[in-house]
Design a protein around this ligand. Structure first.
Ligand SMILES: Cc1cc2nc3c(=O)[nH]c(=O)nc-3n(C[C@H](O)[C@H](O)[C@H](O)COP(=O)(O)O)c2cc1C
Length: 379
């Protein structure tokens, strides 16, 4: 049977994950229109032609910077340097004063150029083809400058120094491997096999294992290898409580910090979670991924990389992959807590958000206990 090209399409979650494998830098696109400055973080940036020198950036039609570039007809690409991850977050938000605390210099086209960037390129818009949700701004280069600094790298959703980003990706991959029990519980973890599967190198896999020892997820063996530590009820409950403590702290101390964009994201994600549970029984992985995104976003309002990291390290969501069955998870898992939290956060009801969190945590712990019981007390 021949498949017609118009009948095949990739799953959205798969697509997002796969394109994240394209390592890139991070840029902030800036412009000025009617005396106001605009800027947005963008990774969809590329050189287009040498003769004449041209660049392209892809901006979502819903972005305010998009409209400002349409109006002004000019933009600058500020390629961020190693220490500027904070700016990538700041310009990735909506509805805030993006330029607060940001030193800029005006370029020849009158657009703000960010001081301390790795490189800046000013462009005059020549063409604006549209692709899906985005407009592509083809720009003729009017000025370009680069500086002796290190780049801010972006790979699989992580930003940082190039080496650090690779290390983080290896750590996430190894942690996921362990939590999904891709090596059976009592067997020794084969570092070479894991490195090959993750397209990482063995040294990075080894240092990820050492980190997992501190998280009590694996333990060293006498022959220099590692084995997985079985998860027991007390381990799962401690992880749940740890995450709930962080989220409770965020809802208590940062409740006013949720932007409209955060609220929209939480509401949309809760709706998608709820849809998945009621319709698509094959979507357990997506359900778990969306759940993680939902809770990470809540903690993300603190803008604290350390707190977000601690929160993620307590995440044991992929254990559910082990404990649940593709056919029965819809009946076992619960999403009403997520919906209630999204609702309370978007309507500004702090008390309701806190009590939804408590309920959600207790339900989660109960499910974890049931799942463990099914597996003889440990996973
Ligand atoms: C790392 C990263 C890369 C991004 N890349 C793009 C991009 O290429 N194009 C885009 O339109 N938005 C991108 N975004 C999202 C925008 O920065 C975000 O929607 C922003 O809030 C838009 O702000 P504005 O509406 O003030 O222009 C990216 C965000 C991050 C954090």
């Amino acid at each position: 049977m021949t498949v017609r090209p118009e009948d095949v399409s990739v799953d959205a979650t798969v697509f997002r994950n796969v394109v994240g494998h394209f390592a890139s830098g991070v840029a902030v696109i800036t412009t000025a229109a009617d005396g106001e400055r605009f800027g947005t973080t963008a990774s969809a940036v590329s050189s287009l032609s040498m003769e004449p020198p041209m660049m392209l950036v892809c901006l979502n039609k819903s972005s305010t910077t998009h409209d400002a570039v349409v109006k002004s007809g000019v933009y600058a690409i500020n390629i961020l340097s190693e220490g500027q991850a904070g700016l990538a977050f700041q310009f990735g938000k909506r509805g805030i004063d993006k330029f607060e605390g940001v030193e800029v210099t005006e370029g020849v086209l009158g657009v703000p150029l960010i001081d301390g960037a790795l490189a800046t390129i000013e462009c005059v818009v020549e063409e604006t083809p549209v692709g899906g949700t985005h407009t592509v701004f083809f720009g003729r280069v009017a000025s370009a400058a680069a500086y002796e600094r290190e780049p801010l790298a972006y790979f699989r959703g992580t930003m940082g120094r190039l080496e650090r980003v690779k290390e983080m990706a290896a750590y996430e991959g190894v942690r996921d491997w362990v939590l999904k029990r891709r090596t059976p519980l009592r067997e020794s973890l084969d570092l070479a096999e894991i490195a090959k599967a993750l397209r990482s190198d063995e040294d990075q896999v080894r240092s990820a294992m050492v980190k997992l020892v501190t998280e009590e997820l694996v333990q060293p063996t006498e022959d220099g290898g590692f084995v997985q530590v079985p998860m027991t009820r007390s381990f799962l409950e401690a992880a749940y409580d740890g995450r709930a403590t962080i989220e409770r702290g965020v809802l208590t101390g940062y409740f006013e910090k949720f932007t409209d964009e955060d609220k929209q994201f939480l509401r949309d994600t809760a709706d998608r979670i709820s849809d998945l549970r009621s319709k698509d029984s094959s979507a357990l992985d997506e359900f778990l991924a969306l759940n993680a995104q939902f809770h990470n976003r809540i903690v993300g309002v603190t803008k604290s990389a350390q707190l977000t990291d601690a929160f993620r390290r307590l995440g044991i969501g992929t254990v559910w992959r082990q404990a649940l069955d593709d056919d029965t998870w819809q009946a076992q898992l619960d999403h009403t807590g997520t919906l209630a939290m999204a609702e309370a956060i978007t309507t500004g009801d702090q008390e309701a958000a806190l009590s939804a969190l408590e309920r959600h945590t207790e339900i989660g712990k109960g499910l974890a206990r049931d799942a463990l019981a099914l597996h003889g007390g440990e996973i």
